[in-house]
Ligand binder design. Structure first.
Ligand code: URA
Length: 294
């Protein structure tokens, strides 16, 4: 497995180092030329400071090369009940509805709403929790330290929020569009009132894969109280759209030992994306989006 200088830099920036065999050439060797960078990767990766006495197998619930629990097939139906207003909105109307929303008390304390950013035709949808102080000021999701780590994580598998082909691009949104004061946890009522906006965003983007970051996004989307540790490593679906769970980058900044697991999750998501490439009925691939190496 060959790792390009760019890829190594990305993984290092994520806080991971590699003990792989000396670089060799072969399929998938050039992450810049073909599919997202780490597609066929099988390096031994560990967090910089491995937990003492904890064997890798004990730290990982799923080997990254194990078969997917089930196949990713798109079965997208309407995501919103017909009675829900947001379910009929196009992008401009949805954006306007979010920015004028007064459905919960967060509208009183916000500087502005944070709608989301990225390619509305992206293959990938990244769902975070809620805007923080920087996002509230700038009106963009993930622009603080957690956002910097998120960018590095995305780059490590060849994705970007910058302009590019849909296969490499993401649309990033949060479960809440307004900042909870003092960055407190979202309240159930806030999540419920904001959810139709996210649902409509997912419906409009029709991503091939949703990557859900952290407890609040994951539990809200999956209607589950299970901890991330139990939900990650399995293929879920959100109204037919394949959904992969991983840790929130803010959590990873506080718990760098779990970066190795997050890396496993990213590779798993990439595998799901590749399968969806041939099997997604809800989103047939457009010819121009197929990476050259496929
Ligand atoms: N954390 C999130 O979940 N979302 C943001 O936009 C920023 C930080």
């Amino acid at each position: 497995m060959r790792w390009s200088a760019r890829q190594r830099a990305m993984l290092q920036a994520m806080g991971l180092r590699m003990w792989d065999a000396p670089p060799s050439s072969g399929p998938g060797a050039d992450p810049d030329g073909g599919e997202p960078a780490a597609a066929a990767a099988s390096p031994v990766l560990q967090a910089k400071a491995a937990a003492p006495g904890l064997a890798r197998d004990e730290r990982s619930e799923r080997r990254p090369d194990s078969p997917l629990p089930e196949r990713a097939r798109g079965e997208v139906g309407p995501l919103l009940p017909e009675a829900t207003d947001a379910g009929t909105l196009d992008w401009p109307a949805l954006r306007a509805a979010v920015s004028s929303c007064r459905a919960c008390a967060l509208c009183e304390s916000r500087t502005q709403t944070v709608f989301g950013t990225g390619n509305p035709d992206a293959d990938w949808m990244i769902v975070g929790e809620a805007p923080g102080m920087h996002e509230d000021r700038l009106g963009e999701p993930f622009v603080g330290k957690a956002g910097q780590l998120l960018d590095v994580m995305l780059h490590a598998i060849g994705l970007t929020r910058e302009p590019g082909p849909a296969a490499r691009q993401v649309f990033i949104a949060n479960t809440l569009k307004c900042r909870p004061p003092g960055n407190r946890n979202p309240l159930p009522d806030e999540l419920a009132r904001c959810e139709p906006f996210l649902v409509r965003q997912i419906e409009l983007v029709r991503p091939r894969v949703i990557l859900a970051l952290g407890r609040f996004a994951v539990q809200a989307l999956l209607r589950s109280n299970e901890p991330i540790g139990r939900l990650r490593g399995h293929l879920h679906r959100y109204h037919g759209v394949p959904l992969v769970v991983t840790y929130h980058p803010a959590y990873l900044l506080r718990n760098p030992l779990d970066k190795a697991r997050a890396w496993d999750d990213l590779r798993f998501a990439l595998e799901v994306w590749r399968r969806c490439d041939t099997e997604c009925e809800h989103r047939p691939r457009q010819a121009e989006a197929i990476p050259a190496s496929e």
